[in-house]
Design a protein around this ligand. Structure first.
Ligand SMILES: [Zn+2]
Length: 223
């Protein structure tokens, strides 16, 4: 009986995990990669594409491969997000490397819990300002974009039979998802969801962090 219950619990857990991955993780990651991962930005220092080359993350290849390599793409976004936040923290503390940080930190052992918390909150707020994250952003647009992307994914999933994607318009079959999408777009004028391209490059880091932090929070809430 106990064994049966733990098996059921395990199956429930696995089903929940699968659902979180397909409805939250994949659309969220696709959104981030479609918007911020651009080959054209390979020479822009600190862009996703430049960082991916710099730290040699060859397995990360952009929005078209997110579904097949979810975790690799997710880990890269987590690393870049943390790196931006840490870089901003160093900027606020006016240090250029970790060793210099020790001299700038207060003596935590003589601070009480209240002082400790206040120091942490003040610093976090400074960090949010430094990254322009306290400015108002357009939640509604992000919400709409995520929704259309998820709907599109569902539609394409329904065209899958075994290991092939079957075109509902002409009956051709495709083993590659990328080619299938190209076929739908070119032969049948299928409108694949396209993100609003009007992201001001000056605020690219702000927009990226805004989305990746919401994405992180959402994943944490469900996992
Ligand atoms: Zn077709």
């Amino acid at each position: 009986m106990e064994e049966e219950n733990s098996r059921k619990e395990y199956v429930n857990f696995r089903n929940k995990e699968k659902s979180v991955v397909s409805h939250i993780v994949v659309p969220g990651l696709k959104a981030i990669y479609q918007l911020f991962y651009k080959e054209a930005s390979a020479v822009d220092r600190g862009s996703l594409y430049q960082l991916r080359n710099l730290i040699n993350r060859r397995d990360v290849s952009g929005p078209k491969d997110v579904t097949q390599k979810v975790r690799l793409h997710q880990h890269f976004i987590v690393d870049v997000t943390d790196a931006y936040i840490l870089a901003s923290f160093w900027e606020i503390m006016e240090v250029e490397e970790e060793d210099g940080l020790k001299q700038k930190l207060p003596v935590f052992s003589i601070m009480n819990e209240e002082q400790h918390t206040k120091w942490l909150i003040d610093l976090s707020l400074k960090n949010l300002d430094n990254l322009y994250l306290r400015e108002v952003n357009n939640f509604e647009q992000i919400n709409q974009d995520l929704l259309s992307l998820s709907t599109e994914d569902e539609k394409i999933k329904r065209m899958k039979a075994n290991n092939y994607h079957l075109c509902p318009f002409c009956g051709n079959s495709f083993s590659s998802l990328t080619w299938f999408k190209k076929h739908l777009k070119n032969k049948h004028n299928w409108n694949c969801h396209v993100w609003d391209k009007n992201v001001n490059p000056t605020f690219a880091v702000k927009h990226f962090l805004f989305m990746s932090l919401i994405f992180r929070d959402t994943c944490n809430a469900f996992c």
